[in-house]
Design a protein around this ligand. Structure first.
Ligand code: FES
Length: 90
């Protein structure tokens, strides 16, 4: 599906940009050109960034649950930079 109609950028392009390391809207813009004209696609790009961040965090939640069942401690999860989505400037 097209997310950025101004620049004809699909969700596949945006997911690929996120997988390649884009962690915020500016990073996605730099990678694929989305969100550089009207900005109408920014909320959807933010949703895709949040979705990717949640997918990355999920394994850490499994580890926390397993540690809690064992009664042992568990280190705080260290999230990769791709899991931290910053709000768009502006
Ligand atoms: S829809 Fe993406 S910049 Fe206009």
């Amino acid at each position: 599906m097209y997310v950025c109609h101004c620049n004809v950028v699909s969700d596949r392009h945006i997911r690929a940009a996120i997988a390649a390391g884009a962690v915020d809207v500016d990073g996605v813009s730099d990678a694929c050109g989305a969100a550089t004209v009207c900005g109408g696609c920014v909320p959807t790009i933010e949703d895709l960034l949040a979705e990717a961040a949640a997918a990355i965090r999920q394994p850490d939640l499994v580890g926390l649950r397993q540690a809690a069942r064992r009664g042992g401690g568990h280190r705080a999860p260290v999230l990769p930079a791709a899991a931290v989505a910053r709000p768009a400037a502006g």
